[in-house]
Design a protein around this ligand. Structure first.
Ligand code: MLT
Length: 411
């Protein structure tokens, strides 16, 4: 008999974005004449920039030659990319990292999900609420949660840290001791940020409690304001307690190409039950060598090209395009009387649902009455109830049209 991992039965029926995709497909099938504008999942629409395309063409050609062909690459990523990451993403910000502290991968979603492998099952996990569902679901899958309480919409044994307009979207430190803390800033889904001083509190907490911060900075390229850290390592002490997830998906539009990286400084430690220190870098390296054969050479060359002068310029243009979309959404909604958050240092706009509707009721109305898809706040957790997320990753034309439709909408 093959017994299953019963933790999977503890998960909600479907992953948030799959549920939305199914609902939209059904509506679209029944209303073939409608033009549906999708501002739901944070998927990009701008093409890959020419610098990356050229780099990939060149890499493909190399693969067809005796001298240029590559088979399995280093599991942790090629030296050329890890060096470029250190120079551009860290050294320029005054952060010193070594090559073997960087692990190149095929996506931050996988990294965020896989990292749980190296942690004990009985660690207490804290997540902000609302939250990117991958952090929670992967801890449920690996048995770190208790049962789901459908009345409250929460799992036992998970510490939820509310981020709502009441606390200005700044999570408070947990009242009880936690071992693993997920933070994502600029935040998905609320689009809000923390300053260096605000993040410092978390570093101090983690040091005091020997906890680990799992910091997702997938959206750092959208930061426009000063004093907002682009990397957690800009904050003093973070190299002792934080793992950082970075992605090329949102800045360079690699959602379909797949490339990301994980930073585990060799100063970050976990503990055995007998309180011996173990370097997490060592554990992750061991896991990576066993379970991963490296990101494709062609893709890593594309990622390297993001750091060239041309690449940087072209990527900046795309980011500015999305930030302008965010501004169009934010201003348009505000003019229509909505209360809106985010959208300044982030491609996400988080709005308060009007007329006391639930997030899902608003989702249905928006889809059926003005044919716009967004993401219901409650899909990200119980404290997302009453909120709704729109993404700025659409085309300019669709973004403008969506806002016009909302402006003219008799809710
Ligand atoms: C989102 O819409 O929250 C993200 O695009 C999903 C992801 O990055 O996996």
């Amino acid at each position: 008999m093959s017994y299953i991992n019963e933790n999977f039965l503890n998960l909600q029926e479907s992953y948030l974005f799959s549920t939305i995709a199914k609902k939209v497909a059904k509506y679209s099938e029944q209303n073939k004449d409608r033009k549906i504008i999708k501002l739901g999942i944070g998927d990009v629409t701008r093409p890959i920039v020419p610098a990356c395309i050229e780099a990939m063409h060149k890499a493909v050609d190399e693969m067809g030659t005796m001298e240029g062909f590559r088979g399995y690459g280093p599991e942790q990523g090629y030296e050329f990319l890890r060096k470029a990451i250190i120079e551009n993403d860290y050294k320029k910000r005054g952060i010193d990292l070594e090559e073997d502290e960087i692990f190149v991968s095929d996506g931050a979603k996988c990294d965020c999900g896989n990292i749980v492998d190296i942690f004990a099952k009985d660690n207490k996990v804290a997540i902000t609420d609302p939250v990117y569902p991958v952090y929670l679901d992967t801890n449920v899958m690996s048995g770190r949660s208790g049962k789901y309480n459908s009345k409250k919409g929460i799992y036992e044994n998970i510490v939820y840290l509310p981020v709502t307009s009441e606390n200005d979207f700044k999570p408070e430190l947990p009242k009880e001791k936690v071992d693993m803390i997920y933070l994502c800033f600029p935040n998905n889904p609320t689009g809000t940020v923390l300053t260096k001083e605000e993040l410092k509190k978390w570093i101090d907490y983690a040091k005091e409690n020997k906890s680990i911060i799992l910091f997702d900075s997938a959206y750092e390229s959208f930061i426009t304001e000063p004093n907002i850290p682009h990397s957690i390592y800009e904050v003093k002490g973070a190299k002792d307690v934080a793992i950082e997830f970075k992605s090329y998906s949102k800045n360079a539009g690699f959602t379909g190409i797949r490339c990301a990286y994980l930073v585990i400084p060799k100063t970050v430690k976990g503990y055995t039950k007998s309180e011996e220190e173990v370097l997490l870098n060592k554990l992750w390296n061991r896991r990576t060598c066993t379970k991963f054969n490296g990101t494709s050479y062609i893709v890593q060359r594309a990622a390297q090209a993001c750091y060239s002068k041309e690449g940087q310029k072209q990527i900046k243009e795309n980011i500015n395009y999305y930030l302008e979309n965010a501004n169009i959404i934010k201003e348009g909604l505000e003019k229509s009387g909505y209360t809106v958050y985010g959208g300044v240092n982030s491609p996400y706009i988080w709005l308060k649902v009007p007329n006391n509707l639930t997030s899902w009721e608003f989702f249905d109305k928006l889809l059926e009455e003005v044919n716009i898809v967004g993401t219901p706040g409650s899909g990200f957790g119980p404290h997302g109830e009453g909120y709704f997320r729109l993404t700025a990753f659409g085309t300019r034309e669709n973004t403008k049209e969506a806002i016009e439709r909302i402006k003219n909408w008799k809710k």
